[in-house]
Design a protein around this ligand. Structure first.
Ligand code: SF4
Length: 487
């Protein structure tokens, strides 16, 4: 798409790292394969962009008009010459830079441009992105009057009929664009110099590889760096320390000198890696496990949080629970709610009923479950006391890991349930699952609701239940393992 132009994506890569920019322009094939979560986030952005077009209906979409495929720049020019009132994905070029403006609107006063983002907040990178677009649009259409970033309005409440105007909010970035005009110009000159020199810029790995986004060329630059015992696999440590070690020649954890100023957490990680032995604080783990009262079950929940709410009374990104599972010695059970219509009350009542005979509920990181229960309790005041009882039964097994009462040298800085299960149980709880992350589960539920085919619908529901059960099962099993270790 970018051809010989500097696209918006290429410019943002340049802002992060010259080398990433050079790779993007000249060695695009080196890019890492995007993760499923990244692809889903991208798809969400695309869907929201399409929905926001309804703010200015009746426009012409430059890239989706079949007869004009591959000639977006010329076609945009023609539409502008014809004084087309609304253009979607208007593709403009100035001085070797190409941008695609989500919505370009012509009024009696002049042009107004809109960049749509599928989030509620405006980040620094969004502003930079919009400033670059302003620079190109202003130079091609001097009549540009204002430039807006359009985001999701988190105060919007769905009342049964989608109100596009209220779902979105907009903020002018014209002041930022004018202030940054010279900066953009300078940076573009520098980016062009990198292209002209045609040599891979000499940039070493650093904190910039992670910010503002994890770089797409991670696999290329970090190849050979992240070995099994690399200092980069340390958890709970400031990245500055890690890069200081790395740059001074300390590449492996075992090479770090164990001095008094090291934190207890680091000492544990270094010792465990050196000795290839798991560390555990028996009394500390016992203290957490002593809170468990029988009968006990492990629990997990899945939630649905869409930018466009579909349940009356909910807001954008509001977390709506749709599934929970319980795993105990007696068996495995799943409770699924399709929200056709709003099932939140049934979810709350079922949760109270199904957990009433358990004295303890084991969860791995209870923040989500706590938030769900709190919101349900606020919504249904008559269930408040019972829901509070459910919350009080929860015991967060991840505390053992996060408080570093247990450490395994195979964690490699990853404390997710999957990583912990792999190290402790020697088994990946999600290996047979079609769904492998919370974001995938959320997306699968959206697909489930859209499906008409009963067989496909059932399959999707089964996949979701299997994923949620795998989580509860793993929590149950690692707790058993901790009991075994401390006995
Ligand atoms: S991985 Fe790091 S050094 Fe390599 S291109 Fe990306 S940001 Fe630059």
């Amino acid at each position: 798409m970018a051809g010989n132009y500097i696209s918006k994506t290429a410019f943002l890569k340049f802002e992060q790292c010259r080398k990433a920019f050079f790779f993007y322009k000249n060695h695009y094939y080196l890019r890492d394969k995007p993760s499923v979560d990244k692809q889903l986030t991208f798809k969400r952005g695309h869907d929201i962009g399409a929905l926001a077009q309804q703010l200015f209906p009746g426009g012409i979409n430059v890239v989706e008009t079949d007869s004009n495929k591959g000639r977006a720049i010329e076609y945009t020019k023609e539409l502008i010459e014809k004084r087309t009132p609304v253009i979607y994905e208007a593709t403009l070029v100035y001085s070797g830079v190409m941008v695609m403006v989500d919505i370009l609107v012509l009024t009696d006063e002049g042009y107004f441009a809109y960049e749509v983002k599928s989030s509620v907040k405006i980040s620094e990178i969004y502003i930079k992105d919009a400033c670059l677009q302003y620079y190109v649009v202003k130079n091609t259409l001097p009549d540009l009057k204002d430039f807006f970033i359009v985001t999701i309005n988190d105060a919007y409440v769905f009342d049964g009929i989608l109100d596009i105007k209220n779902l979105f909010k907009r903020r002018s970035i014209i002041k930022d664009a004018l202030r940054n005009y010279g900066y953009i110009q300078t940076r573009l000159t520098e980016a062009n110099e990198v292209i002209e020199q045609n040599v891979i810029p000499n940039v070493d790995i650093g904190k910039h590889c992670f910010s503002p986004y994890e770089c797409d060329f991670f696999g290329t630059c970090w190849k050979g760096v992240s070995s099994e015992e690399s200092v980069f696999t340390l958890g709970k440590v400031n990245k500055d320390h890690v890069f200081n070690w790395y740059n001074s020649g300390i590449k492996n954890i075992s090479d770090i000198p164990v001095t008094n100023d090291l934190s207890k957490s680091l000492k544990i990680q270094i010792e465990s890696t050196k000795s290839k032995q798991a560390y555990f604080d028996k009394p500390g783990i016992k203290k957490i496990l002593s809170k468990i009262k029988k009968p006990v079950a492990a629990m997990d929940m899945e939630i649905w949080g869409q930018p466009v709410p579909e349940i009356i009374g909910t807001k954008p990104f509001q977390k709506v629970p749709f599934l929970y599972t319980l795993v105990s010695e007696e068996g495995e059970h799943a409770f699924f709610f399709d929200h056709e219509p709003d099932d939140r009350r049934s979810f709350a009542e079922s949760l109270i009923e199904q957990t009433k005979n358990f004295e303890s509920l084991l969860v791995y990181d209870k923040s989500l479950e706590n938030m769900v229960i709190k919101e349900l309790a606020e919504l249904y005041s008559d269930l408040h006391a019972d829901l509070k009882t459910v919350a009080s039964k929860m015991i967060d097994i991840s505390d053992i890991i996060h408080e570093q009462l247990f450490f395994h040298y195979q964690f490699k800085g990853n404390y997710s349930l999957k990583a912990v299960s792999l190290a402790i149980l020697n088994d990946d709880p999600f290996k047979d699952e079609q769904i492998t992350s919370g974001l995938e589960a959320m997306n699968a539920f959206v697909t489930f609701r859209l499906l008409d085919n009963i067989i496909e619908k059932q399959q999707m529901k089964d996949d979701l239940i299997d994923y949620c059960l795998a989580d509860s099962r793993a929590t149950f099993l690692i707790t058993e393992k901790f009991k075994e270790l401390t006995n």
